[in-house]
Design a protein around this ligand. Structure first.
Ligand SMILES: *[C@@H]1O[C@H](CO)[C@@H](O)[C@H](O)[C@H]1NC(C)=O
Ligand SMILES: *[C@@H]1O[C@H](CO)[C@@H](O)[C@H](O)[C@H]1NC(C)=O
Ligand SMILES: *[C@@H]1O[C@H](CO)[C@@H](O)[C@H](O)[C@H]1NC(C)=O
Ligand SMILES: *[C@@H]1O[C@H](CO)[C@@H](O)[C@H](O)[C@H]1NC(C)=O
Ligand SMILES: *[C@@H]1O[C@H](CO)[C@@H](O)[C@H](O)[C@H]1NC(C)=O
Ligand SMILES: *[C@@H]1O[C@H](CO)[C@@H](O)[C@H](O)[C@H]1NC(C)=O
Length: 498
């Protein structure tokens, strides 16, 4: 349902933030508190906090499309699920009295109201400013209400007095956990956002976290505040600089994509880029958006059909999935920069057949075995969303303006956590090669190249997006389209400040 937002992170009224900072406590003590999904966290004694790492499991909602973190807000704690969005910077939650939650009619358009928070049931709730919270995403979705403060817990970390939006009116069915730069908050009056408070309250040494979305078919990923997990990636973690926006501010996770090539099963490499492209790493976006020139070259090579103006999708022949070792290779920051290989079954999604049976009006296509493409063209802002991010282990260091990238070790159940200290992203090496969760015929855990296996079940997959151009209107046909969009079309990222 939600989609495309591109924008804004750069162009729109970027409000400067009092960048906070605050001296991080210098301690080597490492504290790891893994929190499993659904378990509420108990409050820590507020006596003396130690800098540590906080691991929060993320739910890859197979129908919701998007990665949710289960957090608690208020005293006593109320549990809410928030979409994790590296492309925006405000945390906001749905008020239990929000219009969407009380209207079946609205829920038919925007989906049922997920989890909400009732301020009257929290003893630590306070109002910052009435009616000042207003956030708009480029697809037209948004939320409005008050700015409030309350206690917030994630991954075992208790953050006090976090400023949040409390949505009274919303066209989005769950709140968002915006974890970008504070310079990008939607408020007219800048405020320290969650990343500032994480550091100011001595919970983590610097503003840094790692994101592991895991396999498309995996039910959970992990976000680790203040640390990284060397069991979750393959080879060396390489860093690239975050690029400032045009005004010289750091407002989004923009890095330079130096090349996008494909490697076929027979080893043939095809290069689709002719110049360096700034791209935003955005977990709140479902698909991957590259310049039209690059996308069109790739569409031609694959015989893909661009129907984004109508159904929001690019259709592609599922037969390409038979080239099991085929990869899309993204290189960042230049010749020696990190390379992330995205296996074909993370980019070509077998998720539209069920909707075609329901009556989705696909254009006439030169193939019968219809899949959708996880990569699309875009005019101005280029976003690498979940179809890219699942193949990468990404460390975001907001303090030193650096991103660490390595190939994700999919389906890893092991964990070896290293704290990120003031010196920034450590020179870390992960595991030697992919450890598959599935065993080989000999019973020896198989090692394989960073290429997934392809086995797709129609309709059972997660994220696949659709473009925002699909505005739900009350006709059956359009609703089917909207359903496809809601198969996962989340495009959080940049916001428009109204
Ligand atoms: C995930 O989707 C299911 C519907 O299949 C829904 O019941 C559940 O609440 C969703 N959870 C989250 C966190 O979105
Ligand atoms: C906003 O939501 C409130 C209920 O929370 C409702 O009374 C009001 O009509 C809504 N406003 C708009 C513009 O939809
Ligand atoms: C962001 O850019 C504007 C315009 O150049 C400048 O006035 C402002 O100070 C910058 N903000 C920060 C936080 O650097
Ligand atoms: C390698 O495979 C690609 C695509 O599958 C094909 O276009 C190309 O002709 C093949 N090249 C060789 C040398 O077999
Ligand atoms: C692809 O072409 C671009 C532009 O010519 C070049 O910078 C890049 O290094 C090439 N990629 C590879 C993997 O050769
Ligand atoms: C990861 O596990 C899922 C679910 O068990 C499986 O479908 C997928 O193929 C696995 N991926 C890899 C790369 O082993």
């Amino acid at each position: 349902m939600r989609s495309l937002s591109l924008i804004a992170t750069v162009s729109v009224a970027v409000i400067t933030a009092a960048a906070a900072a605050a001296a991080a406590a210098d301690t080597n003590s490492q504290k790891v508190i893994p929190v499993s999904f659904g378990r509420s966290t108990t409050k820590q004694p507020a006596l003396r906090r130690r800098v540590g790492t906080y691991s929060q499991e993320l739910n890859n909602n197979l129908t919701g499309g998007g990665y949710y973190a289960q957090v608690t807000v208020g005293t006593p704690p109320q549990t809410v699920d928030l979409v994790v969005d590296t492309g925006s910077s405000d945390v906001w939650i749905l008020d239990s009295r929000a219009d969407l939650c009380g209207s079946k009619k609205k829920q038919n358009y925007y989906r049922y109201c997920l989890s909400t928070y009732d301020p009257s049931k929290s003893s630590t709730y306070s109002v910052v400013s009435r009616n000042d919270f207003s956030i708009r995403y480029v697809d037209g979705s948004g939320a409005e209400g008050d700015y409030i403060r309350d206690t917030f817990s994630i991954g075992g970390a208790n953050i006090e007095h976090l400023q949040m939006g409390l949505a009274e009116n919303s066209t989005i069915n769950s709140g968002l956990l915006g974890i970008g730069f504070a310079a990008n908050v939607a408020a007219l009056t800048p405020y320290p956002n969650i990343m500032n408070l994480f550091q100011d309250q001595d919970l983590i040494a610097i503003q840094a976290y790692s994101l592991y979305l895991d396999d498309l078919y995996a039910e959970t990923g992990t976000i680790l505040f203040g640390g990284l997990d060397t069991q979750k990636f393959i080879g060396k973690l390489k860093t690239v600089d975050i690029e400032p926006d045009r005004s010289g501010n750091y407002s989004s996770f923009t890095v330079t994509l130096s090349s996008l090539t494909t490697t076929a099963d027979n080893g043939t490499v095809t290069n689709y880029t002719r110049s360096v492209v700034p791209v935003i790493l955005d977990s709140g976006t479902t698909l991957t958006y590259v310049p039209y020139t690059v996308a069109n070259r790739i569409y031609r090579a694959f015989g893909a059909v661009d129907d984004t103006s109508r159904t929001g999708l690019v259709y592609i022949n599922c037969e390409h999935l038979n080239n099991k070792n085929f990869t899309f290779d993204f290189q960042f920051g230049g010749k020696d920069g990190p390379i992330i290989r995205v296996p074909i079954d993370e980019m070509i999604l077998d998720n539209v057949k069920a909707y075609i049976e329901l009556g989705l009006d696909v254009p006439s296509l030169p193939f019968d075995n219809v899949c959708s493409f996880g990569l699309q063209g875009s005019a101005e802002y280029y976003l690498l969303g979940d179809t890219f991010l699942r193949s990468a282990y990404v460390v975001y260091d907001l303090t030193n303006k650096e991103i660490g990238l390595a190939q994700a070790n999919l389906n890893s159940t092991e964990s070896k956590i290293v704290e990120i200290t003031e010196s920034g992203i450590p020179d870390a090496s992960g595991v030697a090669s992919q450890v598959s969760a599935t065993q080989t015929a000999t019973g020896v855990p198989g090692t394989q190249s960073p290429t997934g296996t392809s086995s797709a079940t129609p309709g059972s997959q997660s994220s696949e997006g659709a473009s925002s151009k699909v505005v739900p209107v009350p006709s059956w046909e359009a609703l089917v389209v909207a359903c496809v969009a809601s198969l996962g079309g989340f495009m959080g990222t940049g916001l428009i400040v109204l």
